[in-house]
Design a protein around this ligand. Structure first.
Ligand code: MD3
Ligand code: FE
Length: 203
């Protein structure tokens, strides 16, 4: 059953389950072209989460800041295209939650190993906050932190499992959120990894 997290946010449990094989197949192609890497934040920290992207633009971080760029700085080439199976799933999930006409131009792909985490942050490097963000969780479970509009608002903890899809938009689009350090609960298909896809309209 769908679980409403906020006015504009829903968890669709196992919504991606039937599509996992083609998603992982497409992910294999993407990572051969643009491998996972650990970005360095402007503050000088190396992120524990490995990241790659597909679509017209990809998110990058370096000592100069965070931005979306049409060239992968690691390869000097465009990011791999967004696979049809990714786009179709993201659009169907958005539509189910009332966000018709979602046209993501980027998919960020995060890889977590045990101990990896994502500290509380807002996603605000996009120029169009009227579009939702759609996220797909694969592999090991994670405890997601769903916060408020201030960093100091105490976040709610929400477990996310293999196949779960989350849609965030409207009044929930700029909420603080994060992922607690991952425990090692190996997954039958993905072993000691968690993969998260986030679909965004960046411009
Ligand atoms: C709530 N990723 O890549 S996805 C990120 O599981 C990111 O890898 C997490 O946060 C992950 O930026 C969480 C869920 C998510 C994504 C965007 C949001 C939740 C959100 C934007 C606003 C509010
Ligand atoms: Fe985020």
């Amino acid at each position: 059953a769908d679980q409403q997290l906020g006015e504009g946010a829903w968890v669709l449990r196992e919504y991606a389950s039937a599509h996992v094989d083609p998603i992982l197949e497409a992910l294999g192609q993407i990572r051969r072209h643009s491998p996972f890497r650990h970005m360095i934040t402007p503050g000088g920290y190396t992120m524990s989460v490995g990241l790659t992207c597909c679509g017209l633009v990809g998110w990058t971080a370096d000592r100069k800041g965070y931005r979306y760029a049409d060239i992968d700085p690691e390869t000097g080439q465009p990011w791999p295209p967004m696979p049809d199976v990714f786009l179709a799933l993201a659009q169907a999930a958005a539509r189910r939650c009332g966000y018709d006409g979602f046209e993501p131009d980027s998919c960020l792909i995060n890889r977590y190993v045990p101990g990896a985490r994502l500290s509380l942050h807002q996603d605000k490097d996009e120029t169009d906050f009227s579009a939702p963000i759609v996220s797909v969780s694969l592999g090991m479970p994670a405890l997601f932190q769903f916060g408020g509009h201030k960093r100091s608002d105490r976040p709610e903890k929400i477990p996310l499992f293999h196949g779960d899809v989350v849609v965030w938009g409207g009044p929930d689009r700029l909420r603080y959120h994060g992922v607690l350090p991952l425990k090692d609960n190996p997954h039958p298909l993905l072993g000691s990894n968690r993969i998260n896809l986030t679909f965004r309209k960046t411009r």
